[in-house]
Design a protein around this ligand. Sequence first.
Ligand code: HEM
Ligand SMILES: *[C@@H]1O[C@H](CO)[C@@H](O)[C@H](O)[C@H]1NC(C)=O
Ligand SMILES: *[C@@H]1O[C@H](CO)[C@@H](O)[C@H](O)[C@H]1NC(C)=O
Ligand SMILES: *[C@@H]1O[C@H](CO)[C@@H](O)[C@H](O)[C@H]1NC(C)=O
Ligand SMILES: *[C@@H]1O[C@H](CO)[C@@H](O)[C@H](O)[C@H]1NC(C)=O
Ligand SMILES: *[C@@H]1O[C@H](CO)[C@@H](O)[C@H](O)[C@H]1NC(C)=O
Ligand SMILES: *[C@@H]1O[C@H](CO)[C@@H](O)[C@H](O)[C@H]1NC(C)=O
Ligand SMILES: *[C@@H]1O[C@H](CO)[C@@H](O)[C@H](O)[C@H]1NC(C)=O
Length: 327
Amino acid sequence: MNTKSHMPLTNSLICFIFLSSFVYGQLDYKYYDATCPNLTKIVRYGIWSAISNETRMAASLLRLHFHDCFVNGCDGSVLLDDTSTFTGEKNASANRNSARGFEVIDTIKANVEKACPSTVSCADILTLAAREAIYLTGGPYWSVSLGRRDSLTASQSAANAQIPSPFEPLENITAKFVSKGLDVKDVVVLSGAHTIGFAQCFTFKQRLFDFDGSGNPDPTLDSSLLGNLRSVCPNQSDSDSNLAPLDAVTINKFDNVYFKNLMNNSGLLQSDQALMNDNNTASMVSTYSKYPYLFSKAFAASMVKLTNLGVLTGQDGEIRKNCRLVN
Ligand code: HEM
Ligand SMILES: *[C@@H]1O[C@H](CO)[C@@H](O)[C@H](O)[C@H]1NC(C)=O
Ligand SMILES: *[C@@H]1O[C@H](CO)[C@@H](O)[C@H](O)[C@H]1NC(C)=O
Ligand SMILES: *[C@@H]1O[C@H](CO)[C@@H](O)[C@H](O)[C@H]1NC(C)=O
Ligand SMILES: *[C@@H]1O[C@H](CO)[C@@H](O)[C@H](O)[C@H]1NC(C)=O
Ligand SMILES: *[C@@H]1O[C@H](CO)[C@@H](O)[C@H](O)[C@H]1NC(C)=O
Ligand SMILES: *[C@@H]1O[C@H](CO)[C@@H](O)[C@H](O)[C@H]1NC(C)=O
Ligand SMILES: *[C@@H]1O[C@H](CO)[C@@H](O)[C@H](O)[C@H]1NC(C)=O
């Protein structure tokens, strides 16, 4: 009798200890409620101002967050400048002359430091910035759990190895997502981020003139879009950094038109249109092209997975004072 009644107590004690340490080391929706109550307001205002000045900034910040999370987790590593001890991610092939939005994060961080010094990580600011940017351009809104800490280092070689390239096949891109704990549905859903923003000609030009050495353009590229893209990206290297919208129909609106475009051969990157070459991913594209609400819900769910990848919590990492430098 004694031992029997003793058991549940021991179990709940073990359970309590386990749960409290579990919660301690993890993210929390109320993480800064006491220490930085105005955090969301400050970030929201910063994103609103940046987007009012330049609409594209919403897209740039979303991509910056993706590139942070895909390289050793959402730890603010992409924001670090090079130092004598490491070469950072800013000059990795996917980021060089391409990643944007650093000044916007610096401005928001400075305002957050004024309100609550040495309290909020750059990784959390970038996570909130991406959520606000998506919401302000018409996309879904979701609760962000907080408490990420900032990395003490960054790695250009990791960025080169881990960020997907528009020139690799879908299987390779999917493998990169799977290695992070994401899945093929996340590949399709998160590719829907290409409903906003721009790409430089060099990222898709191989489709326009001599696709795979055929002497012809990519047959899975709509001919009227082809004509427009050839005029933006003439067949000469000085057009390499010209810009074309990833979704030419609703350039700055976060909607499901990216998927409608893929349905009619109007994806911009080869890696976008490739989602139609596989039955499983093509059927998801078809669903999201018809049901904007399903895309919106799925995007928020996949973003939560993305924003929680490899986070530093508890005593790991630090709270940087300046997002570009380790303290
Ligand atoms: C699936 C593999 C992906 C590939 C191969 C890829 C590739 C690219 C490329 C090549 C560009 C153009 C960059 C430039 O020309 O400077 C771009 C832009 C962009 N990407 Fe992706 N991307 C992928 C996934 C994602 C994901 C998961 C997100 C976010 C959740 C995202 C968000 C964006 C945004 C918003 C832009 C426009 C940025 C701007 O206008 O500044 N991409 N992507
Ligand atoms: C939060 O912002 C309000 C004004 O929007 C200000 O009155 C208040 O002092 C701020 N609180 C903190 C803790 O910074
Ligand atoms: C506004 O956007 C332009 C680019 O369109 C940029 O050069 C400028 O620095 C931005 N200004 C502010 C205050 O963010
Ligand atoms: C960036 O990388 C390129 C190619 O690896 C290299 O040529 C260039 O010197 C690097 N630039 C900086 C500022 O590190
Ligand atoms: C795709 O992945 C395979 C296996 O890892 C690799 O051999 C191949 O070079 C990759 N292809 C591209 C275009 O990156
Ligand atoms: C594009 O330029 C290359 C090299 O200058 C040339 O060989 C090729 O014929 C051009 N293709 C088209 C379709 O103009
Ligand atoms: C492709 O779909 C978009 C979005 O629905 C539409 O605006 C565009 O005209 C279509 N293009 C073609 C060639 O059907
Ligand atoms: C994909 O769908 C096509 C057409 O519906 C079909 O012919 C093909 O067998 C399917 N492929 C696979 C691998 O299921």
